[in-house]
Design a protein around this ligand. Structure first.
Ligand SMILES: Cc1ncc(C[n+]2csc(CCOP(=O)(O)OP(=O)(O)O)c2C)c(N)n1
Ligand SMILES: [Mg+2]
Length: 331
């Protein structure tokens, strides 16, 4: 459905296209290196790359300010990077190093950046839904025009908190945007195995939320849907549910044997690749030439090279830091 609102800031290929391509390319490069770090023993515990899903975080974040909040999930590095987190400090956190955003004590699934409104990546499936709704309630109570975003997967839609949060957001008209990254799997379970009604936007409609489906492999489409939803929330018109159709190219986490899907299926989705699609559009619209596209790709590699050497050279946290940033001093 189309949401009735005033004018909102639409994606402009000429202005927004090159920066969206840069950001998606950096995130792609960043996330693609994670399995290698795991194999090299540089990452303790699991980490979940979002290669293929870049258009969602980048499209949504374009509509956000630093003062807006995002509550992320276990597959959350892209949400942080798109919101403005520094790749070096983000990677340092993932590698458990002192210069990470949480001093290296959080890791991949506990990256919080207060000054950027990043409430945290989160290992509890569905938890961010409640946190973003709470942040939206706080913004409303404070009379601030800040918006909160919850990112969660298709699997998380089956957590009970979704029902509570959708209902409260609707009846209290909260400035929250619920973004479901429907990548069609929760670990090895397909969406069709998990739910009898796979049109997930209908879940939002049942609670009275304006709900939209968007092509999550098209940054322009995500960006426009998010801009409209954020505009609604900021204007006091309440919550929106966005379901972004997307796909992860890599396994659920390092070591996933991926026996639940075919190579053909992965290749088919790669045919809709958000980076290639935007690059092609920028080229055919004469916004950028091939040399400029190549330069963007090279810049992404060197940005992540820089992040990697920063993170690897950062020391591990000192044992004495175990009792800091634990409770009251994080407020
Ligand atoms: C409450 C809870 N239950 C189960 C898990 C184990 N788990 C981790 S990720 C995951 C799948 C989540 O799927 P989805 O929400 O679709 O996100 P995706 O991994 O596809 O991005 C599960 C079941 C968990 N971390 N938390
Ligand atoms: Mg999923």
């Amino acid at each position: 459905m189309t949401i009735e609102t005033d004018v909102f800031n639409k994606f402009d290929l000429g202005t927004d296209g090159p920066s969206a391509l840069e950001l998606m390319s950096t995130i792609r490069e960043f996330e693609s290196r994670l399995p290698g770090y795991s194999e090299a023993g540089l990452i303790r515990g699991s980490t979940h790359p979002s290669v293929g899903m870049e258009a969602v975080a980048v499209g949504v974040s374009r509509a956000l300010r630093d003062s807006d909040s995002v509550a992320s999930n276990h597959r959350g590095h892209a949400h942080c990077l798109a919101k403005g987190a520094d790749p070096g400090r983000t990677l340092a956190e993932i590698l458990g190093r002192r210069d990470g955003y949480c001093g290296g004590k959080g890791g991949s699934m506990h990256i919080g950046v207060k000054e950027l409104g990043i409430l945290g990546t989160n290992g509890i499936v569905g938890a961010g839904i409640g946190l973003a709704t709470g942040a939206a309630l706080a913004a409303q109570a404070q009379g601030a025009d800040n918006v909160a975003v919850a990112y969660f997967g298709d699997g998380a839609t089956n957590q009970g908190v979704l029902s509570e949060a959708f209902n409260l957001a609707a009846i209290w008209n909260l400035p929250v945007v619920f973004v479901c990254e429907n990548n069609h799997f929760a670990q090895s379970a397909t969406l069709e195995e998990m739910v009898a009604q796979p049109d997930l936007h209908r879940r939002g409609e049942a609670y009275g939320l304006p709900s939209v489906d968007v092509d999550g492999m098209d940054v322009e489409a995500v960006s426009n849907a998010a801009a409209e939803a954020v505009h609604r929330a900021r204007s006091g018109l309440g919550p929106t549910f966005i379901v972004a159709d997307t796909y992860r190219y890599l396994g659920h986490m390092a070591g996933d044997t991926e026996i639940y899907r075919t190579v053909d299926q992965v290749e088919q989705w790669k045919g809709r690749d958000p980076i290639n699609r935007l690059a092609e559009k920028l080229l055919t619209s004469n916004v950028l030439d091939q040399a400029q596209l190549d330069a963007i790709a090279a810049t992404a590699v060197s940005a992540v090279d820089g992040a990697e050497s920063f993170a690897k050279s950062s020391p591990y946290p000192d044992v004495s830091s175990a009792f800091t940033q634990v409770s009251e001093d994080i407020r």
